[in-house]
Design a protein around this ligand. Structure first.
Ligand code: SAM
Length: 300
């Protein structure tokens, strides 16, 4: 059976698909579906954070039986890191991304330097990132960020699409907004920079602790900084026959995972683990958060 959906949590190896082109934030997905339909000899992958967009794309891809299309429900910054090989991508499309015009939100822009760095690493030499936007300050910002990496030949122009390629392009065209296209051709490797990363673990979790007494209610509805770039909020604590389930949200350098921690009571010890009903990417941060939880709730 062909799998359209990539669950990044289970993917042990980077994807190995020839002629792979990627769209970031495909929204309604029509552009990606059209590409997949028109170019059966190429592969296409879409990253989206909105679950509803993923569901819609899966429906369209199945309906048309497009065997060259896949998608993953993950922020593209992390999706590129977790799923793609260096120098393997033939083209990257970013159509009308959220421009985040407010000063305090600028760090969320998808074309900030650290994102462009990871996109450039994954792109083949001689290949392009193609961005369309209706927002002039966003375009200028993107070009500034891209220049810092010293790896692109950058061009930009106004565009006047007679046949809009996406919903947003259609919307902005009808409103007669000025639209821009930026193309960034990878000429060489980007200059090295430090970016946020996550450390995956092969065999993490169960923590067995003997001869302890615990009070998990201590941490209910509380937020903690475990260390720099590792923050956890514990929500509801559930109890049954001396065992506990604790809802948690972990942010690991901005990579957010929601899961439950289970504490199983045995004869004279407790087992701390991720609940089997929680799907997580097994990371060092999750391991550290389980150890942290144990330290916080052991009665001294
Ligand atoms: C303004 S819409 C544009 C949709 C589509 N490209 C178009 O032109 O009609 C931006 C889309 O990007 C998605 N998105 C925003 N940030 C993202 C990220 N970091 N990674 C992947 N998708 C993202 C949003 O969920 C939304 O669907």
């Amino acid at each position: 059976m062909y799998h359209y959906y990539i669950n990044y949590r289970n993917a042990s190896e980077p994807l190995n698909l020839p002629n792979l082109e990627v769209e970031i934030g495909f929204g309604k997905g029509d552009f990606l579906v059209k590409l997949a339909r028109e170019y059966p000899d190429k592969n296409f992958l879409g990253f989206e954070i909105a679950e509803i967009s993923i569901k819609n794309l899966l429906k369209k891809a199945k309906r048309e039986n497009l065997k060259n299309l896949k998608c993953a429900n993950i922020d593209a910054f992390w999706g590129f890191q977790l799923l793609l090989k260096d120098n393997s991508i033939s083209h990257i499309y970013i159509n009308y991304p959220d421009p985040f015009p407010k000063k305090r939100d600028i760090k969320r822009r998808i074309t900030r330097q650290e994102s462009l760095y990871i996109f450039a690493k994954k792109l083949k030499k001689g290949s392009f990132i193609e961005l369309r936007t209706d927002h002039y300050p966003f375009m200028k910002y993107t070009i500034e960020q891209a220049k810092k990496l010293q790896c692109f030949d950058i061009r930009y122009s106004k565009i006047n699409p007679d046949k809009p390629i996406t919903r947003y392009e259609e919307k902005w065209s009808k409103m007669e907004k000025t639209l821009y296209k930026v193309t960034m051709e990878k000429k060489k490797e980007p200059i090295s920079m430090k970016i946020r990363t996550i450390e995956k673990l092969k065999h993490p979790f169960p923590l067995n602790l003997e001869n302890i007494e615990i009070n998990p209610y201590r941490i209910e509805n509380k937020k903690f900084k475990i260390k720099d770039n590792l923050n956890i909020t514990f929500h509801k604590v559930w109890e049954k026959e001396g065992s506990f389930l604790i809802e948690a949200v972990l942010s690991e350098g901005g990579f957010v995972q929601k899961f439950s921690i289970i504490i199983k009571k045995k004869e004279d010890y407790y087992i701390f683990d991720v609940s089997p009903f929680s799907e997580v990417l097994k990371t060092k941060g999750i391991q550290e958060s389980i150890t942290f939880l144990a330290q916080k709730i052991i009665k001294s």
